[in-house]
Design a protein around this ligand. Structure first.
Ligand SMILES: *Cc1c(COP(=O)(O)O)cnc(C)c1O
Length: 395
């Protein structure tokens, strides 16, 4: 039996009829940038999360960059984050000219260790950027309490955790803003790149909307006023759809980005969004099966914290003998993945930050032991049993 880590093709096949229809509708409309599918998808996310603003972007990394800029974070500022995450989390901080400052993680949840954050706060700290890693919410109440005490922003990196909940409330709604990714393998994935910023803050939303389109148009004009404390009268509502000539499009007020979500991708996401809850619950069921049935003294299972709905973007196991386990599973046709083999503070790109091996022992410990096993909604019962049996037979 051959089982991939994730199967994007299988997911497409499940919804192919609806996706094909949605794609053809956009293709024949002739409207490819912004457009109705983007507006509708943003509205769906606003309603789903219960947030005031959802701003679609070209990808999750851009969402983080634009969100940080919308918070006014840049040169000379510090942002506290985790070293045990996908590179883009820390990269986005560096891209806006600020400095990522790491705090070590918890060995059981893989999330940032709340007790390690306070000692990292300096006069330059502007924000905390926690990641809901692998789909499990971070202890966001404690982070918010710290942020309040030191007057810091909280930006949630929710790229792996759409639909996850903390104390019964969807993540992405706790921070000043939150970012999502729709990279194909994420819990809600498109057929390419996509991202989203969500916020309840009108100012952050206006600036983010402006920054994603070259700081232009009505949002650019309003944002220029907001950033420079100049009163600007509210003009006409921004024209979002590009099928009409919009003269304000060529008035640029801020240096921004070209980071829109394609209308085609939004149409695909609109279809898949309808199955998000069902797919996340299916992941939960698979995780429950793994939790209940994987039993091998050489393998450590992931820990689910109380008060949280984990959406299992990845199901992570640990082993002292990782390379041997991975090789063994490969021989059985079972794919695995290593998340993450190098903690961010030891990445070459961040050499200039001056971190060394030993600085974040838990992140380093995990980077040598963790590996993911197949986890996606379309995984069959037979495949799950095959995986469990193989792991249990490892000696
Ligand atoms: C995927 C991911 C991102 C970046 O998203 P892209 O859409 O790939 O740019 C950022 N942070 C985390 C934790 C991610 O998993």
């Amino acid at each position: 039996m051959l089982i991939p880590l994730i199967d994007s093709k299988k997911q497409y096949e499940y919804f192919a009829d609806d996706i094909n229809k949605a794609v053809i509708k956009v293709l024949s409309s002739g409207i490819y940038i912004m457009g109705e599918s983007v507006i509708q998808f943003e509205k769906k996310i606003e309603k789903y999360l219960g947030v005031k603003h959802a701003i679609a972007t070209a990808n999750g990394t851009d969402a983080l960059v634009i969100a940080l800029k919308s918070l006014g974070i840049g040169k000379g500022d510090e942002v506290i984050t985790t070293p045990y995450t996908f590179f883009a989390t820390a990269e986005s901080i560096a891209l806006v000219g600020a400095k990522p400052v790491f705090a070590d993680v918890e060995k059981d949840s893989f999330n940032i260790d709340i007790d390690k954050i306070e000692e990292k706060i300096s006069t330059k700290t502007k924000a905390i950027l926690p990641v809901h890693i692998f789909g499990q919410p971070v202890d966001i109440d404690s982070i918010k309490a710290l942020a309040k005490k030191y007057n810091l922003y909280v930006l949630e990196d929710a790229c792996q955790a759409i639909g996850a909940e903390y104390k019964g409330k969807k993540i992405g709604t706790f921070g000043d803003a939150a970012c999502f990714s729709f990279y194909p393998t994420k819990n809600l994935g498109c057929a390419g790149d996509g991202g989203m910023i969500v916020t309840n803050n009108d100012r952050i939303a206006a600036i983010a909307r402006a920054l994603r389109v070259h700081g232009s148009g009505e949002n650019g004009r309003i944002s220029y006023g907001l950033i420079n404390n100049i009163y600007v009268e509210k003009g006409e509502k921004e024209i979002q759809i590009d099928d009409v000539y919009n003269p304000s499009k060529y008035h640029n007020y801020l240096i921004g980005h070209n980071s829109r979500l394609d209308n085609l991708q939004a149409a695909i996401l609109g279809v898949k969004f309808e199955h998000l809850e069902e797919n996340n619950n299916r992941r939960l069921k698979i995780a429950e099966f793994y939790d209940a049935n994987i039993n091998n003294v050489k393998i450590l299972k992931p820990v689910k914290k109380i008060d949280r709905k984990h959406v299992y973007h990845l199901y992570i196991l640990q082993s002292e003998e990782r390379s041997r386990v991975i090789k063994y599973l490969k021989e059985k046709g079972i794919s695995t993945g290593i998340y993450y083999s190098i903690p961010i503070h030891l990445q070459t790109a961040f050499d200039d930050l001056g971190y060394r091996k030993g600085d974040f022992p838990s992140a380093e410990f995990l980077s040598e032991r963790c590996f993911a096993i197949p986890m996606y909604p379309e995984l069959t019962d037979i495949e799950q049993k095959y995986i469990v049996n193989a792991i249990n037979d490892f000696i």
